[in-house]
Design a protein around this ligand. Structure first.
Ligand SMILES: [Zn+2]
Length: 293
């Protein structure tokens, strides 16, 4: 099918959208059609969070159903999508139970990573240690919301970039801070700068912090944020994401792709190699595998 993004723009991009929220009504077919139409080689899909944006806190049974759905989608769209378990630490006060729930999602159900939004908890809290240790053992990635969230009330209190400095203590999993932590872009880059030593050592594979450039940033700030990020961090740590709601929402996937390519190319003045790294190549290092290969 003819996509909305011109072929000549997409050719050689091998684009991977690393930040898509599933609604729970998608099918394997509807997702494949949307990815084809947007010209996306691969995608990271988050399992549905029931009542997202209403203040509802996901419970254990809802988490299980959401993981079962995500697991079916990942098996069906095999090799092209990585489904992350949207994990809610408030669903249990028992750290052991939290670990068991996540372990079931990542091993029995074979999900490819974890998505979390700090709300009512801070990313550096000890409650999270069993969770971080588990993903450390499994060597899987986590995407954290960072910055102001429209979906969770009062989340900005818990989503400041500096709270993620602790993640430097975990060498194996890869963490992504989403939205370039808007409006705390400079603070996000400062935190990410701390993780650069692996790259300075010539060991980019061991760098475990990524910046997910999903908006966030309003258009006027976006080119500036991307230019600053590339200037300071280089081109190896940034991954592309749309934040679209619905993994079969082709219009949204296409619009974000077109808009971001235009901003990167024409407003931020990034060269094509940098754009290719951001749009696709870096995702493979973040995920520990290449989608759609
Ligand atoms: Zn999101």
């Amino acid at each position: 099918m003819q996509g909305l993004v011109p072929e000549e723009v997409l050719s050689g991009l091998e684009a991977c959208d690393c930040h898509i929220h599933m609604k729970g009504s998608e099918t394997v077919d509807s997702i494949e059609r949307a990815l084809d139409r947007a010209g996306l080689r691969g995608a990271v899909l988050f399992t549905p969070y029931p009542g997202l944006g209403t203040g509802h806190v996901m419970g254990v049974e809802e988490f299980r159903r959401s993981v079962e759905f995500g697991s079916r989608i990942q098996r069906g769209v095999e090799g092209r999508v990585a489904v992350f378990a949207f994990f809610e630490p408030r669903m249990s006060r028992d750290p052991g139970e939290l670990r068991r729930l996540l372990e079931w999602a990542l091993t029995d159900k074979e999900l490819s990573g974890v998505k979390m939004i700090p709300a009512g908890w801070y990313p550096y809290e000890e409650l999270l240690d069993p969770v971080y240790r588990l993903v450390d053992e499994l060597g899987l990635p986590i995407t954290f919301h960072c910055g102001i969230s429209w979906a969770f009330p009062d989340s900005s209190r818990f989503c400041r970039p500096v709270y993620y400095e602790k993640l430097a203590a975990y060498p194996r999993p890869r963490f992504a801070l989403a939205h370039i932590c808007w409006p705390w872009v400079d603070e996000a880059l400062a935190v990410a700068g701390k993780f650069l030593y692996a790259i300075a050592r010539g060991d980019a594979e061991k760098c475990n912090l990524f910046i997910d450039i999903t908006p966030g940033t309003p258009p006027l700030w976006r080119a500036d944020a991307l230019r600053k990020a590339v200037t300071y961090l280089g081109h190896r740590l940034l991954i592309y994401g749309s934040d679209c709601f619905g993994a079969d929402n082709a219009e949204c996937l296409c619009q974000h792709l077109e808009l971001d390519l235009a901003v990167m190319k024409h407003l931020a003045g990034l060269d094509i190699n940098t754009i290719r790294d951001i749009m696709g190549r870096n995702a493979s290092r973040f995920l520990g595998k290449t989608l759609g290969a």
